[in-house]
Structures are given as structure tokens and as C-alpha cells.
Design a protein around this ligand. Sequence first.
Ligand code: NAI
Ligand code: MG
Length: 794
Amino acid sequence: MSVASHFDAMSYGPAPEGDAEARAWLARHADGFGHFIGGAFVGAASGESFETFEPATGRLLARLAKGSAADVEAAAQAAREAQGPWSQLSGHARARHLYALARLIQRHARLIAVVEALDNGKPIRETRDIDVPLAARHFYHHAGWAQIQEREFPGWQPVGVVGQIIPWNFPFLMLAWKVAPALALGNTVVLKPAEFTSLTALLFAELAVAAGLPAGVLNIVTGEGDTGALIVEHAGIDKIAFTGSTKVGRLIREKTAGSGKSLTLELGGKSPFIVFDDADIDAAIEGVVDAIWFNQGQVCCAGSRLLLQEGIADKFLARLKRRMDTLRVGHSLDKCIDMAAIVAPVQLQRIEKLVAAGVAEGATLYQAAIDLPEGGCFMRPTLLTDVQPAATVAREEIFGPVVVSMTFRTPDEAVMLANNSRYGLAASVWSETIGLALDVAAKVQAGVVWVNATNLFDAGTGFGGYRESGYGREGGREGVLEYLKPKAWATRQPRPATAEPPQREAANGFSLPSLDRTAKLFIGGKQARPDGNYSRLITSPDGRVLGEVGEGNRKDIRNAVEAARKAEGWSKASAHNRAQVLYYLAENLSARAGEFAGRIAAMTGATIEAAEAEVAASISRLFSAAADADKYEGRIHTPPLRGLALAVHEPIGVVGLICPPEAPLLAFISLIAPLLACGNRVVVVPSEPHPLSATDFYQVLETSDVPAGAVNIVTGPAWELVKTLAEHDDVDALWVFGQKELSAMAERLSTGNLKRTLTDNGFMTDWHDIASCEGEILLRHAVQVKNVWIPYGE
Ligand code: NAI
Ligand code: MG
């Protein structure tokens, strides 16, 4: 071919990135890689190994140690020994370590990028320009948090030893997302990379040795799912941070229930990509390319549901197909490609099966009219149109280069379709009308919303899901808090076994002749008879009968949840309005302080002085919550792009709450107040032995402008009601304070809709201690952070 004909055709030739250095590194490890434990590489205790392949060619890349119980034990022990000294280093010393790691990542960026592309199959362009620079950015950013930790988080301490389990789609970047904050804040780590892609983690371990990271601070155990399970179940690990499938996330929630381990889950998604008819169409088309064909669509926040406004749909799809035909699929190391290989044959088959299911259910298939390289694990960019919202491919995470499209007419319909998903990880909204785009951003249930953009990430801006996309955040200040625990809670003592056995026997079968003197339930702003028409006697410590309360059952909880669900107005009310209501509650409680004190003294046997102090503290706490309502606010981030990311505090929604037996008024108030301040609606089960402070509170609620359904109170057996709350799919979060078994049950049964839980695991909070129950310590569990990215236009 002549130069002129090349010039005419303007077609790409191959532009391979050199792999000599990476191959040499692999050759040095031809005998196989070990685990990285206690600062050294060690072989698998069992001697077992497994293999990792190059998805672009199918060739074997390396042999890896298969982690067994003995390996996990050794790693957890090394991490435990290192944790004390590591956390006792000054923040500055830890900052220097993180800084050294960041520098080394930059120095070895090319090697890391090539190894990553080889092992995962993704394009070198992405590992070089995105994965590795962002990983370095995470270490720099978190070096900063280490530096100012003592100043910024005086009331917090590291969680301890953290088990981290990461997926294969962004192996090195996910390592950085997990390891950087954990180490920065004084934790030590046992990390398991995904079985398909462990190599860059091991390369990082070599860099850590070179950087002089103290032995045991970072430990890496390679292996498959069963190795991950060993980490999850290890008693010497204080927290699990997991990124991966929702299926495994659920399993981990179940396995850690009641263990006291803290847990963050970054799971799947089915994120909407919403295009309004006034969008910049060219930009939106490129947006789709980036949303679903970046990393072959193997992205948890991939924009995999394309929602098009009806008027532009046909034109948009025609142009999108044309654009698809210009995409290039090739070998990972070719610098001129858009898409490379799927991570493994098993994943490719999974994707193809889902596409076939989509077609079988009536979707129309379009695949880019392009050639695929020979061999290797390649797939064409794929578009499914005529997809019904209920279709499998509209609901399931495909995790491949497949976008499904649907149309909508109005903004409301767009929001409805967008939210018609179990997931809530991300969303992308395209419109040139800023008011419309921001209105939709506010209404979409997702942890990250990109306005006229997609797939933007930064260490300083949190990332994480709503609903079944998991909980916890990575990045940002909210991500830092996931690796800290409150000092005020560290000294809590286990709650003694139930002081007074529940009075069920006395009440069982006690049908209600004198129903009027029995405190009913409080549901939807009204007093309601318990469904079962049973009540229980409430007695003083010396056996005097003080009254009767309704014995709530699962039906009552369901009614209460329904009422709370309807009370959306509270979540939309202004913070000022919520503060007013909280002040009003305090005022009305204050007006009846003597009566409430008398009741507490009678129920609990406390002195009248102590009871008065409990009422006074409750009033003060309501004032604090009123203060927080318009002060516990989000932040504005300025990530490295022209634009802003708004970290907005949103209510979680409907929160179930089990109150502890002690401090019947103060604990009840301390827990409902921050939830209400942040705009949540609550279904509360008050102190089981001493519920009368809560039932007396009905009248305070009724006279304080609390909207119907914002607070619902169901008295009754905590161990039974917690179960209904935990299993209820319309309950978004559950707070449980009480006997240890209640915490375990709540966590174990919360897996259905993966509701967020806050449990005390049977440890007693000092409700009079402000540091233990006011401010961020509870408030952060009362909100979910949504990050709205708004790049500036030109
Ligand atoms: P996976 O969730 O099984 O793997 C993620 C990590 O968890 C890996 O390190 C794996 O070894 C580990 N793991 C597996 N079973 C475990 C267990 N019982 N206990 C502890 N750790 C365990 O994901 P997989 O099988 O690689 O991919 C299957 C599907 O999951 C994908 O097609 C995709 O839909 C989804 N996925 C989603 C990701 C996301 O970022 N949202 C990432 C990876 C997969
Ligand atoms: Mg591999």
C-alpha cells in the first residue's frame, strides 16, 4: 500500500505497547507466586496452586498460591501483630508511607499498566490512563487523611484488622480504593485479589517492600471464593470490605451476622443512562460509549440501561449503531482499540446467555458490524432495543458490553423507570436544561449521579450504592469513616442478660375487656388497636401493675411500615421545617417533664432525681437533633476536572428501630431524633420491659406537628418484631439496640433487600454521654451520601 492510500483510508494499524518488562517480571516468577504475609513472600501452606491466564490470547500467565485456612491464619496473625505499632505511628509517619507508595506506583506505572492489561484483558489505554493514575491518586489523597487524622477525627480510632476482598474488573484500582484508606487511618490489611487477576496485587506487594512498609501491615492471600470465605469467617478480623457480586455480598452479610465485624459492601448495579430530548446528542452518544463499552462493560456502575426520551429515540439509536460500527475490538496491548477481551471464558458465556435470554424475551439485537481478533475472549459491542422493563436483561446485571434501551415520555416517567431496579449504584442524566437535570439527579435513587457525563471517579469523592448495590462508601470523608470506629463506643460493656424477663406469660391470651386503658399502638398518626388484640401487663420492679400495652405482631409492623412508606412528605420537608418540629417536641415534652419523670421512676425503680435527669437529657437531645437537622450537611468537592461534585446527605427512607431495655425515654429519643432530623421515617419498637415512656409520648407527638406516619410505634416482643422488620423489603435500614441475639438476628435476616444495619451487638451505650450518642456517631448512619457530579459546560 502506498502512503497515499493509507492517507485515504485513514485506518488504524496495530500499535502494540511493549511487554518486555512485564514478561521479564513474569519470567522471574516462573516457579509461581506465593502469598505476601508478614512482609515476605511465602508458599501456600498446602502446596496447592491455581493458574491465571491472559484473556486476549488464552495463554497461561502465571501460577499462584491457593490460600488455605493456615495461610489466612498466618496473614491475620501478622496483621494483628502489626496493627498496634502501625496505629501508634504518628499520622505524619503513616502519611509518609502512603506517599512513598504513591510515588512508587507512579515510577512503575507502565509496568503495572501492562501487567494489568495482560492479566485482565482490558485495554492498555485504560490501565495506563485511568486505573493506574487513579490508584496513585488514592494513595496521595489518603496520605493526606493520615496526616490530619488526629486533627480531623479526634473521637475516632482505627477499626483494627481489615479483610478486603476485591473483584477482577479493576484489580489494581480496587486494591488502591481499599488499601489506601485502611492503612492511612491505622488499620492493617489481609487482602484477597480476585482469582482471575491477582498479579498486580503481588506486584504492589513488591513495591510495598521496596517502599519500606512495615512487615504485616499489608498481607495478600491469593485464592478463589473459598479463600475469601475463610477471611470472612476469621475471628481475628474486625471488618470486611467487599466489592463484587450482590450474590456473594449477601452471603458475606449472612456469615458475618452477629460477629461484631463491621461490613461495607460495594455490589452490582443496573445503572440508568437517561437522555432527554434537549441533550447534546453527540456528547450523549460518546457518553454511552464510555458508559457501557469502557472496560468491556465489566463495570459495576456501567450505564447499562439506556433510557431515551421518545422524540429522539429513533434518531439516537440510529446514530448509536453507526458509532458502534466504528469501535475497535483488539488485543489488550494495542493502544488503538476501544475494547479488548472479556476477563474469562466463563464470563463471556454468562454474558452471551443473558443476551440470548433477552432476545428470547422479545428484544431486538444489534451487534457492531466489526471484526473480532482471532482466539481470545472477545465480544462485539451489543445493543438490545425493544426491551420491556420487566425483561431479564432490563433487571439483571449483565456485566458485559451490552446496553439495553427503553423509552420514556416525561421526566416523571424517566425517574420511575430509572428507579425501577433493585440496584442503586449510579445514574447518568443528559439534558442541556440544568434545572431538569438536577431535579432528576435529586429524584434518582443512586449513590452517584453524573450530569452530562459518566464514569467519573476521584479519591476525594465518595462512591457507593443505595439499596441492593450495597452500603458504605469508598473515597471522600465518608469513605474515611468506614475505616474508623468511635472511641466513645470502645469502652461499652456487654449488656447484662435481660434484667426482667418479659411479662408475656402474664399477658398471653389476655383479651381486652378494658381496652381503653391499654396503651394502643401508634401508626400513621393515630392510635391503633393491636391486630392480635392481646396486651401485656407492665409492672414496676417491685411487681406493681403500672398499665398495659398492646402486644404488636407482624401485621402491626407491616401496617406501620406502610404508613411510614406513605409519609414521604417528611423526607421532602425542609431541614428548617424538621428542626421546628423537633424543637416543638422538646417544648411539649418539657411541659410534661414531671409526669414523664414519675413514669420512668415507677417503671425502672430509678430515683426521681435520676428520672428527672433522664427527661432533661431527652429534651436537650431533641434540641441537638433540631440543631443538626440543618447543620449535618453535605459537602462540595472539587475533583480534578472543571466542575463540582456535590456530596448530598439524603435520608435513607424508612428505618426500623429496636430500642434497648435501659433508659426507656432517653434511648428512645436519642435514636429517633437523629433519624427524624435527617428526614427518615421510623417504625419504633420501644423498650420491651419499660414501654410506657414511649406510649405516653403519643400525645407529645400528636401535639407537635409531626406528620402522620413519620413516627410509628409498635410495642411488643422485640425478638419477634425485629424479625419482621429485618425481613421487610420496604424497610431501608434497621437500627437494633438490645440483647446481642437481636443484633445477630437483624443482620442475618437483612439480606433480602440488603438493608443497612446499625447494631450495638449487645453492648450498652451510655445514653447520658453526649460523645456516645450525639453528632456524627449516629448521624452518619441516618443518611446516605449521594454524589452528584456536575462538570461545567462550555
Ligand atoms: P464474585 O462476587 O464471586 O467475586 C468477587 C470476589 O469475591 C472475588 O475475589 C472472589 O474470589 C470472592 N468470593 C467469591 N465467593 C466468595 C465467598 N463465598 N466469600 C468470600 N469471597 C468470595 O464475582 P464473580 O464470580 O467473579 O463474577 C460474577 C458476577 O458478579 C459478574 O458477572 C458480575 O455480574 C458480578 N460482579 C460484580 C462486580 C462489581 O464490581 N459490582 C465485580 C465482579 C463481579
Ligand atoms: Mg487473568
